[in-house]
Design a protein around this ligand. Structure first.
Ligand code: HEC
Ligand code: HEC
Ligand code: HEC
Ligand code: HEC
Length: 503
């Protein structure tokens, strides 16, 4: 009897808590629908201020991504970088990421993108704009994807003028989450994952970010354009064919014999990891427990009786009460300290791996000078290619030390191990050619490192400043005439780069 009563109480309890949970889920769903109610359709959807009158709170908070304005010259901070990237334009200029407000201007200003003199000059393809601007979504729709991916980036200088905005993540007719970059769907498909439209709502709250915060390469694609002319497009392609892991992508790149560039000092065919932020976050505990990018970077905010998503995407540690404390019970200070320790652990292993990689490139260069053959260097170069890929993969997706600490440290350790193996072989090879005592030259400042990498910084800066005085001004005039330039949202956008400060 006693046992029966106990069972009854237990089942009643279970029923009540189930009902509670269901009503909770229903309430959340109702809230979500209310939040997404259509208020109106913006006219010129790639211009975010057009959305302001319908969605003032999202717009105002979106504008505040301007506050993420800190810029750090990472080549100065980590002088191993120019050596590691010798021969690639990253060795010329590389800065910490800033708020979405600056994405277009930082792309234009980076010395990496060079100094075009007309619509046809590069050095980079149009694909460069892809993760900077909602005008890209518009252009792909207007011109077709292949046409958009054809030509040099200067071609769209007067078109891609609005920085990451509403149209990048929303359908302008329904305001629902949406994405207009078909390459993401192709990536999901080759990986055997549901397309954006078929993904769960919670997954969409991460997938909108994955449009841009993912690893990619430019795939050469031949096609015939509308005028019947043969063209070659450089199409942004996500290398997810063998899975969303560093090793899977490496297998894919190796299988198609792909390299981003040949290293200037060691002549190694290299891979440059872009920013596999989505992929690496997927391996972390938060993603695995169902937490989305938006949960931390766009937390709900209460304003009177209105609840909305904070569109000031930035550092979640600036508003932990909303970004962390909805789930955690520790004190903010405690959590902050835990995050900081994770950062320091990453820095420690990152320094070791970068030192080893940079030295291995220089030692390979020395062995080549002394007469070492490609055959003798084959295995060493493979270790360098694979080691540097792992290091880059781990750190190019900023925030990975927090999103997925174990995976980040695992990759950095493996990167070091591969660089060390290369260096052990190099000692033997250098001894064979009579220079066992060789010590790589110092690269402890940006200047020394860029000299080793053969960078002529002054020349790059002069060409860029001339471009800013001429072609860039012309782009703005044309964009204004087309009604695309949103001047209110370009205020103070060009005050700082690694090579000038107007403040
Ligand atoms: C980087 C992607 C991104 C950008 C850019 C963006 N949004 Fe959102 N937006 C989201 C996400 C994610 C949500 C949460 C949606 C959900 O869970 O239903 C959201 C929610 C919304 C909602 C639903 C109500 C709410 O606050 O949750 C509206 C309306 C909205 N955004 C308008 C805008 C407007 C207007 C802009 C431009 C000024 C903009 N968004 C820019 C990603 C973005
Ligand atoms: C259309 C492409 C695009 C989309 C979509 C996008 N980002 Fe970004 N994001 C960028 C670029 C480009 C930068 C670097 C901008 C710069 O340095 O000028 C950036 C920078 C950031 C930063 C650094 C901000 C700072 O203040 O330092 C964070 C954090 C970030 N993004 C998170 C997100 C999240 C979360 C989402 C999805 C809700 C998202 N991004 C969607 C392109 C995008
Ligand atoms: C559990 C919370 C959480 C989730 C989920 C999360 N982030 Fe972050 N993110 C953070 C924190 C905390 C930082 C570190 C800020 C710092 O550097 O101190 C960060 C850093 C970043 C940065 C680097 C910002 C910078 O200026 O260096 C980017 C970019 C970013 N996140 C994008 C994303 C994307 C894309 C996703 C989803 C795939 C995501 N985040 C998921 C909390 C989160
Ligand atoms: C939507 C809920 C949610 C949010 C928001 C969230 N977390 Fe978490 N966090 C979790 C879950 C779930 C775990 C996994 C451990 C568990 O199940 O208790 C976790 C684990 C952690 C851990 C331990 C795991 C590790 O990687 O060492 C830390 C530290 C942490 N979170 C920090 C943060 C910080 C900082 C923020 C805000 C930027 C944050 N979390 C936001 C749900 C959340």
């Amino acid at each position: 009897m006693k046992k029966f009563k106990l069972l009854l109480v237990a089942s009643l309890l279970a029923i009540v808590s189930m009902a509670f949970l269901t009503s909770n889920i229903n309430a959340r769903e109702a809230e979500r629908v209310a939040l997404n109610e259509v208020q109106g359709i913006p006219a010129n959807a790639s211009v975010s201020s057009e959305w302001a009158k319908y969605y003032p709170r999202q717009y105002d908070s979106w504008k505040r991504t301007k506050e993420g304005d800190e810029m750090e010259d990472l080549l100065k901070k980590k002088p191993q970088l120019p050596v590691i990237w010798a021969g690639y334009r990253f060795s010329i200029d590389y800065n910490s990421p800033r708020g979405h407000y600056y994405a277009v201007q930082d792309n234009v200003n980076s010395l990496r993108t060079g100094a075009p003199v007309d619509d046809l000059t590069g050095p980079f393809p149009t694909a460069c704009w892809t993760c900077k601007s909602p005008d890209v979504v518009r252009l792909m729709e207007e011109d077709g994807e292949l046409e958009y991916f054809t030509g040099k980036w200067a071609r769209y200088g007067s078109e891609a003028v609005n920085s990451v905005g509403c149209l990048d993540c929303h359908n302008p007719k329904t305001a629902e989450l949406a994405m207009g970059r078909e390459y993401l769907n192709r990536g999901l498909e080759v990986a055997g994952l549901p397309r954006f439209e078929d993904a769960t709502h919670q997954e969409k709250r991460s997938l909108v970010c994955a449009q841009c915060h993912s690893e990619y390469y430019f795939k050469k694609t031949e096609y015939t354009d509308k005028a019947g002319k043969d063209q070659t497009a450089m199409v942004v392609t996500l290398p997810w064919h063998e899975g969303l892991t560093a090793e899977g992508m490496e297998r894919y790149y190796d299988s198609i014999d792909f390299s981003d560039w040949t290293h200037k000092i060691s002549k190694t065919p290299m891979l440059k990891a872009q920013h596999p932020g989505y992929e690496i976050a997927k391996t972390g505990i938060h993603y695995q427990k169902g937490v989305s990018c938006a949960d931390c970077h766009m937390p709900y905010t209460q304003e009177g009786s209105v609840k909305y998503s904070d569109h000031k995407i930035g550092n979640p540690l600036d508003n932990m009460d909303r970004s962390c404390m909805t789930c955690h019970r520790e004190s903010e200070d405690k959590l902050r300290e835990i995050v900081h320790t994770k950062f320091e652990r990453k820095e420690f292993l990152m320094e070791i791996s970068m030192d080893n990689l940079a030295k291995a490139h220089l030692e390979t260069g020395r062995a080549m000078e002394l007469g070492a053959t490609d055959e003798e260097l084959k295995e060493i170069r493979t270790l360098l290619r694979h080691g540097q890929w792992r290091w880059d993969y781990a750190i190019a997706s900023h925030g990975s030390f927090f999103h997925a600490p174990e995976e980040t440290l695992r990759l950095l350790a493996d990167a070091s191990e591969k660089a060390q193996q290369a260096r052990i072989s190099l000692v033997r090879l250098l001894a064979k050619y009579g220079d066992a005592q060789y010590m790589a030259p110092d690269f402890d400042t940006k200047e020394k490192a860029q000299t080793l990498a053969g960078v002529n910084l002054q020349k790059e800066i002069e060409a860029k400043m001339k471009f800013k005085e001429t072609l860039e001004k012309e782009w703005h005039k044309q964009a204004k005439a087309k009604g695309l330039l949103d001047e209110a949202n370009r205020k103070d956008v060009d005050l700082e780069s690694s090579y000038f400060k107007k403040k």
